[in-house]
Every structure is written in structure tokens, then in C-alpha cells.
Design a protein. Structure first.
Lengths: 108, 115
């Protein structure tokens, strides 16, 4: 099982700030099959980034993903009010897909 | 526009079988992978398993002996069965279309396991 550890657990920032979220895998993620989702309270998650660095359809370019192997990052260049939410990473490089525990981005 | 809708009992007794259906509209089951994911109240996401439209499946090893995912391509339906449930299976259950990530999600349905 590939364990994904997200940090920090909570990020307290202001609108306009830059957010940097980390997702570290316990072993290398094959083909960088790493996905990022955003989830707002009471809603289903929304796909943001696939294969580590590719924005999904309709995702604003302030969201970017980077990294490879075991270390991945989601960056939100300038936080908009609607970006305050919980973010999850997920790997599908092994037959046992796993999620990180999530990072909450809250308003400071 | 692809839409997914989960349906099924909101309350299941311990030791019984949880059965959910996911209805697809605005698209076709064919040529995609489909997945079930759950989220216990106030907690994170857990992958349950996926199925390809041809019936090939892959399940979370921690649930493998209890879970069955199936598709009905003639009705564009996806199904989940989870047997011998306990309170730990209480969660919001989501179905989704897999396309290098879950690009379409159902709204989720809360299933509570309680006597």
C-alpha cells in the first residue's frame, strides 16, 4: 500500500496569498499517477490536477501541480474566496489506490 | 452533460448487506472506468474499488472480501454491494467516472449502519 501524507494539516491564509500544499508518498508513484481534488463542505470533490501536473477541464490556471516520484505539490498562486476548502491527493500508480488525509485551507 | 445519481437505503442494520445503485445520464457506461469512493462523516476519502465497462474489477484489499461492484451497460447503471456491514461502514458513498481522476461525481448518499 502506498501511504500518502499531506502537509500541513491546516493552512491559514488570506485571499490573494499563495498556497503551497504537499503530498508525500511512502514509495514512488508509478508514472506520476497523482491526482488532486478540491472538496467544499457538503459537496462532492472536484478534480483539479491529474498525472501530477495537468489541469483538468475548466480549472483556473492559478492552480498548478508539480513533482514526481514521491514528492508532489499543489500550488494556488493567488487565493480566491472560493478556494478555501479541503484538498486531497490520490495515487493510482499501484493497484491499490489511496488518498492522502487532506489539507484544509482556511481563511486567516 | 454527464450526471451521476446514487440511490439506495439510507439505513442498514449491522451484519446486513449495503446495496447502492448509481444511475448515469447524459453519457454512456461504455469505454470508461467507474469507481466507488466513500467518506465517513467528518473524515477523509477512501477508495472502495473500480470497474471497467467490460466487467473487470479491482477492489480495496481492506474491503475485498466484502465488496462487489457491477455494471449494467444496457441500463447505464453501476452498482455497489458491501456485505457484513458494521458501524465503521457508515459514510457518504460516491460513485464516479474515472478519466485519469474522477472527473464526474455523484452528489453522494449517506448510509448509516445502525440497529
Amino acid at each position: 500500500e502506498i501511504v500518502l501524507t499531506q502537509s500541513p494539516g491546516t493552512l491559514s491564509l488570506s485571499p490573494g496569498d499563495r498556497a503551497t500544499l504537499s503530498c508525500r508518498a511512502s514509495q514512488s508513484v508509478r508514472n506520476n499517477y497523482l491526482v488532486w481534488y478540491q472538496q467544499k463542505l457538503g459537496q462532492a470533490p472536484r478534480l483539479l490536477i491529474y498525472r501530477a501536473s495537468n489541469r483538468a477541464t475548466g480549472i483556473p490556471d492559478r492552480f498548478s501541480g508539480s513533482g514526481s516520484g514521491t514528492d508532489f505539490t499543489l500550488t494556488i498562486s493567488r487565493l480566491e474566496p472560493e478556494d478555501f476548502a479541503v484538498y486531497y491527493c490520490q495515487q493510482h500508480g499501484s493497484s491499490f489506490w489511496t488518498f492522502g488525509q487532506g489539507t484544509k485551507v482556511e481563511i486567516k | 452533460q454527464v450526471q451521476l445519481q446514487e440511490s439506495g437505503p439510507g439505513l442498514v442494520k449491522p451484519s446486513e448487506t449495503l446495496s447502492l445503485t448509481c444511475t448515469l445520464s447524459g453519457g454512456s457506461i461504455n469505454n470508461y472506468y467507474w469507481t466507488w469512493i466513500r467518506q465517513p462523516p467528518g473524515k477523509g476519502l477512501e477508495w472502495i474499488g473500480y470497474i471497467y465497462y467490460n466487467g473487470n474489477t479491482n477492489y480495496n484489499p481492506s474491503l475485498n472480501s466484502r465488496v462487489t461492484i457491477s455494471v449494467d451497460t444496457s441500463k447505464d447503471l453501476l452498482s455497489l454491494r458491501l456485505s457484513s456491514v458494521t458501524a465503521a461502514d457508515t459514510a457518504v458513498y460516491y460513485c464516479g467516472r474515472w478519466n485519469e481522476g474522477v472527473d464526474y461525481w455523484g452528489r453522494g448518499t449517506l448510509v448509516t449502519v445502525s440497529s
